[in-house]
Design a protein around this ligand. Structure first.
Ligand code: CA
Length: 234
């Protein structure tokens, strides 16, 4: 993540200054808003990574701001409020706030809560990568993280280039990849050696289509390129 942008919604000038100064020293970017209306505009326009929200604003109830933001955004909202009643906390959290800090607060604690929210954002952002570390297609399995491939539960012994080819086809399963695209992805800018590609593709095939009854994972498109077929009926 680049420098996180924090929207500070606070009508008390001294507290706003305290928070923004703290954020600045920690390398965060920030925007400020002093009213509910301004905070909603800033939330929509600046697309902050986190919102720090005071509940007692001159024009709107903080809980209503939370509800409005939640209509279109999952941005973490940390409430910083002088209201210390349990009911206020429950109302804010029920409306969609992620965290609640009571004034007066320790700056260190606010920073710790910010870090918690940022870790959560990072976790969400990394999810697609985590979820896609295992590729499954029929009897073929690739563990991208481990750098291994299996057929029918048995490890396939591939050369580095064969493995790269297999992963490339798998990542684009169902799509035809042109010779030039594959050459560029595997060998970089300087190769136009289609005969070499054919050789590697043939040896890869032998390893994943051992017998005639094996599913033909790789389809040749003559004069164009190759495609990995998706096994839909096994
Ligand atoms: Ca206030």
């Amino acid at each position: 993540m680049n420098k996180p942008l924090i929207l500070v919604v606070e009508d008390d000038k001294a507290i706003r200054k305290l928070i923004t100064t703290t954020l600045e020293t920690q390398g965060y970017l920030y925007e400020t808003a002093e009213t509910g209306v301004a905070s909603l505009l800033k939330a929509a326009n600046a697309q902050p990574d986190i919102i720090i929200l005071d509940l007692g604003l001159p024009d709107m109830e903080g809980v209503d701001i939370i509800k409005k933001v939640r209509e279109w955004s999952k941005v973490p909202i940390i409430v910083v409020s002088a209201r210390s009643e349990n009911q206020d906390k429950v109302d804010a959290l029920d409306a969609g706030a992620d965290d609640y800090l009571t004034k007066p607060f320790y700056v260190d604690e606010l920073l710790a809560r910010l870090r918690v929210s940022l870790r959560r954002i990072q976790y969400e952002q990394d999810r697609p990568m985590r979820d896609s570390t295992i590729f499954l297609n029929g009897n073929l399995k690739i563990d991208y993280a481990a750098g291994c491939a299996w057929l029918n539960g048995e490890a396939i012994h591939l050369t580095p280039i064969e493995y790269k080819l297999l992963c490339l086809l798998a990542r684009h399963v169902g799509k035809v990849l042109t010779h030039n695209f594959i050459l560029h992805e595997i060998w970089g800018n300087y190769s136009s050696d289609i005969p070499a590609l054919r050789v590697f593709m043939a040896t890869l095939r032998k390893k994943i289509e051992k017998s005639d009854s094996d599913f033909k994972y790789i389809q040749t498109h003559i004069g164009i390129g190759y495609r990995m077929l998706r096994v839909t009926d096994s």
